[in-house]
Unconditional design. Structure first.
Length: 107
């Protein structure tokens, strides 16, 4: 679902790749031009060992000049339009008719 939404941003110049290597990591989605990484995390990412690894990964990516957006998988499943809207805003895309809903709780 999210992949389809990200592909629709091509008209605005974004070109996302999925499961793409960045350094020693493989990120869920990345637009190399804007250096925007999008990660979708399941519930197992809230545990201490995995969260620590995620934090280390995010720090490395940010040190390399990437911006990292993280979403819970249930956010993507229940509100893909809102998730896509946040990504759209991070890209500086202000007008996209199919991606206009805010995330739940941000209304």
């Amino acid at each position: 679902m999210l992949w389809s939404a990200l592909r629709s941003l091509r008209a605005n110049g974004a070109k996302f790749r999925r499961q793409h290597p960045v350094g020693r990591y493989i990120v869920d989605f990345v637009d190399l031009n804007s250096k925007l990484v999008v990660e979708v995390d399941g519930g197992h990412h809230s545990g201490h060992p995995v969260k620590g690894a995620d934090d280390t990964r995010t720090q490395w990516l940010e040190a390399e000049g990437y911006r990292v957006l993280r979403f819970w998988d249930n956010e993507v499943l229940t509100n893909v339009e809102g998730v896509a809207s946040v990504i759209q805003q991070a890209l500086g895309v202000t007008d996209h008719p199919h991606l206009s809903s805010p995330l739940k709780g941000e209304e």
